[in-house]
Design a protein around this ligand. Structure first.
Ligand code: RAM
Length: 400
């Protein structure tokens, strides 16, 4: 096990850092697999006790905020000078009641506690920017050391995040980014946007048999991550003739709510009788669509991004299953990465600049190197999208 100390490697070792960066992309797929299987024992518990985790996370976090808030203010300068993680580090997920977000929160909490810090997970009431702004402002007044946010909107959090930064709070994003580089130090990205778009577009091509109508069932219309993946899919589809016989008929929005996602799936089936494939790049949407299609014995097939534990009964090659295969990454590891990143930022051991390298506890991809993204901002890529099919779904359903 790697020592759980966050440290910046020497800038003089840039070449080594670059090599590590290259190496991590080739080992990323296996890293996603091995780190998750290493974590299987602990995360199996996380998976099987998700509702308990949900309740305890939100209630204990509220207590943690009130008891730790004064402490947090005191600890900021100590953390910066000693490099110790004895502060309070906050996570603001996209919304409550989403098992993906709960796994992410489990990982964040595990990482922060492994480093000796206090983790605060505050869920917004809804998957909206307004609800997140309320949570962020509350965290600012409590004087936390850092805020990691999975943004519900690319632009609308800007003022609140600037206010946090002005108050000396380290800010990073995970899962779903904000647009302005200045609003956060760095984005903890689950996998490259282009890689996810490519995996999804190729799955639609393959599952449709190369032609016909497909629809996308997304989360909210403002979700930065889903919008980026959908844009990448569209660009990829336009860039190669092999996709020219596919027709995207609609992008529907289920708002990461199970009932709305169910209703939107039903509406797509009614509106497009010739529909061949639905691609849902959200774990909430794909689980709702999988049930609708499978219960109705529909010939429409499904792919997208799904949580194995929620999709196990729907993954299969035959007509009785709605989803031949899908993709995701380890949400527990994504939360851990955000935890280690938050601590390193709050300590001042990284600033979020391109080329910085830092250790991230027991994550297999550690040390991570911060890279530039296409928007001129910086990100840390956790790994590659991982494919789940009938050969591995049972095993992974036990993990997350
Ligand atoms: C949902 C959320 C989350 C996304 C996954 C794939 O749980 O929208 O942000 O990363 O799906």
């Amino acid at each position: 096990m790697k020592k759980q100390v966050v440290s910046v490697l020497l800038t003089a070792a840039m070449a080594t850092g670059m090599l590590a960066g290259c190496g991590s992309s080739t080992t990323a797929t296996s890293s996603a697999a091995s780190s998750s299987s290493t974590a299987a024992a602990s995360s199996t518990a996380a998976a099987s006790s998700s509702s308990a985790a949900e309740e305890s996370t939100s209630s204990s976090s509220t207590a943690a905020v009130s008891s730790a808030s004064t402490e947090a203010v005191k600890s900021t300068s100590a953390a910066a000078s000693t490099g110790k993680a004895d502060g309070t580090y906050a996570l603001v997920p996209k919304s409550a009641g989403n098992p993906f977000n709960e796994r992410e929160a489990d990982g964040f909490t595990q990482a922060v506690e492994a480093m000796g810090g206090t983790a605060v997970v505050n869920y917004p009431d809804q998957a909206t920017a307004d609800a997140q702004i309320t949570v962020i402002q509350s965290l600012i007044s409590q004087g936390v050391d850092s805020i990691a946010v999975a943004a519900n909107d690319a632009n609308a959090l800007s003022a609140a995040l600037q206010q946090a930064k002005d108050a000396g709070i380290a800010v990073c994003t995970l899962d779903s980014d904000v647009k302005a580089a200045a609003d956060r130090a760095v984005f903890c990205n689950q996998a490259g946007v282009q890689e996810i778009g490519q995996a999804l577009m190729d799955a639609v091509l393959d599952i449709s048999g190369g032609e016909g109508q497909y629809a996308i069932l997304s989360a909210t219309s403002q979700a930065t991550n889903q919008n980026a993946w959908i844009d990448a899919m569209k660009q990829i589809a336009a860039s190669d003739d092999k996709y020219s016989k596919l027709e995207l008929v609609e992008v529907a929005y289920g708002d990461d709510e199970p009932q709305k996602s169910t209703d939107q799936t039903q509406a797509l089936l009614t509106k497009y009788p010739d529909l061949k494939v639905i691609c849902s790049p959200t774990t909430v949407g794909i689980a709702a669509a999988a049930k609708v299609l499978q219960d109705q014995g529909s010939s429409v097939k499904l792919t997208g991004l799904g949580l194995p534990s929620e999709m196990k009964e729907y993954i299969g090659d035959d007509d009785s299953h709605s989803c031949p295969y899908m993709f995701l990454w380890n949400p527990i590891d994504l939360g851990k990465l955000a935890g280690y990143t938050s601590i390193a930022l709050a300590n001042g051991t990284i600033t979020g600049a391109e080329g910085e390298t830092f250790e991230a506890g027991d994550l297999e991809g550690s040390p991570y190197t911060i890279t530039a993204n296409s928007d001129g901002a910086t990100e840390i890529i956790l790994g590659q999208p991982f494919k789940f099919d009938p050969s591995n779904i049972d095993e992974w359903a036990e993990v997350y």
